[in-house]
Design a protein around this ligand. Structure first.
Ligand code: AMP
Ligand code: GLY
Length: 420
């Protein structure tokens, strides 16, 4: 088979690399991909991730067996719908089904309707009404832009001033454009967070190994929210019982609810969860593989990835098996200043010295005229190490991160410490 992956980040690098491990796969193309992927024999295609016409004609030309759409933006723009209409198999939800990620207001109403545990909340389009609710609720409180904001549309406010500022930025200053004209104000929940992704086909749910992301920019979970600074899988301090509870009380009702809503979901359903005293509750749903979770979860998949996706696309039962032993750790190298302002075009030093047993997933990199890799985004790349336990993983991975150390970049030193 020749396959096409849509997207350009570390997640798409991990998806493409895993697909290439399948015996039945000849070539994996990635549109538009990034230059670092070519080091792993992934073929780059210069077509934008939302260029439906371009993607479809390329898929036809190359007799692509199926497509995987990675990021949320093309999913919500209906890229899967377009492939399906053109008779090309595409893995990922249609735009209608991707709304579970595209609108936090929709997701909250959906969870309420199907009794899926989550923080109670209210949605506002009027600033003064929102402000009055805030005054009544007090802090801590959580303020979320309704639409897509690249993982940055959430403010967890511990002080009232911070809450009011976030509300003003979103509703009056349109910080996230149209995405923040509608705002969800949600009760603060305390507990351990984890990410539970599953392959979903209608009411069928096939969970993956769980992971833990590190959303804040700086050590000790301080600083602004980012797309994710590092992750690991599995999460030893979250019990199998809790995972099963989350599958039964959250993922299965969600998959079934989407079918009942006329929003049949086929793709990866991602539940961002928090383990409260009352059990796991939903922080957010995503309609796709997580980034950076995918870079640590997919290397743990034992079954044939391409075969599994093809089975789901053919409405057959997929073989989904993950490694039971060991742990996989991933740490992100980010541009100094991320998630706020940062420069691009800074040279990556030390990349050639990374040991062969380390997974290197490029996210925001490109090659310059001299073929040197330079930064091209906020999250630049992620290194991954599999080990027997977290202490070993950290001991082996951090010296590799150090090889990349350079004033233009930074990384968190504490990824995975909770699992030690
Ligand atoms: P989200 O983009 O919705 O995943 O939110 C980003 C981060 O904000 C989450 O990973 C949590 O750490 C935090 N967060 C979101 N909602 C809540 C909540 N209701 N209570 C506490 N923390 C939250
Ligand atoms: N790592 C969180 C996300 O993919 O949204």
């Amino acid at each position: 088979m020749n396959l096409l992956v849509v997207g350009s980040g570390g997640r798409e690098h991990a998806i493409s690399k895993k697909l290439l491990e399948s015996n039945n796969v000849e070539k994996v193309f990635c549109a538009p991909g990034n230059d670092g992927m070519s080091l792993d024999n992934i073929e780059l295609v210069a077509i934008a991730e939302t260029d439906k016409v371009g993607l479809i004609s390329f898929a036809k030309e190359q007799a692509i067996s199926f497509v995987i759409v990675g990021p949320e933006v093309p999913l919500l723009e209906g890229v899967v719908d377009a492939f399906e209409a053109a008779g090309i198999k595409a893995f990922g939800p249609t735009a209608d089904a991707a709304l579970i990620e595209g609108s936090k207001d929709f997701a909250k109403q959906f969870m309420e309707k199907y009794a899926i545990p989550t923080a109670s909340s209210k949605t506002f389009t009027d600033y003064s009404e929102a402000k009055a609710y805030l005054d009544q609720k007090g802090v801590p409180i959580v303020i979320k832009a309704d639409g897509l904001a690249a993982g940055k549309g959430v403010t967890v406010a511990l002080e009232m001033e911070e809450a009011v500022l976030a509300l003003k930025d979103m509703m009056l200053e349109e910080k996230f454009g149209d995405a923040s004209l509608k705002v969800v104000i949600e009760d603060f929940l305390a507990g351990e967070e984890f990410s539970l992704m599953a392959f979903v086909n209608g009411i069928e749910v096939y969970p993956m190994a769980i992971a833990q992301d590190h959303k804040r920019a700086y050590e000790g979970d301080k600083g602004p929210n980012t797309g994710g600074m590092g992750a690991y899988s599995p999460v030893p301090h979250i019990s199998q019982k809790v995972v099963e509870q989350a599958v039964e009380e959250i993922l299965r009702p969600a998959a079934k609810g989407m079918v009942e809503e006329g929003r049949y979901f086929r793709g990866v359903l991602y539940a961002g969860l928090i383990l409260t005293d009352e059990g796991p509750k939903v922080i957010e749903f995503n309609a796709r593989f997580g980034d950076p979770e995918t870079q640590v979860v997919l290397p743990r998949l034992e079954s044939d990835f391409a075969g599994l996706i093809l089975a789901l696309l053919n409405d057959e039962k997929p073989d989904v098996r993950f490694k039971a032993e060991g742990i996989t750790l991933g740490v992100v190298l980010a541009s100094a200043g991320y998630p706020n302002h940062y420069d691009k075009g800074n040279k990556l030093t030390g990349l050639n010295e990374i040991s062969a047993d380390i997974g290197v997933y490029h996210a925001g990199t490109k090659q310059n005229e001299d073929d040197d890799f330079v930064s091209d985004g906020g999250r630049v790349l992620l290194l991954v190490k599999e080990a027997n336990d977290m202490t070993e993983a950290r001991t082996l991975l951090y010296p590799e991160m150090q090889k990349l150390d350079n004033p233009h970049f930074f990384y968190r030193m504490d990824i995975g410490t909770k699992a030690e």
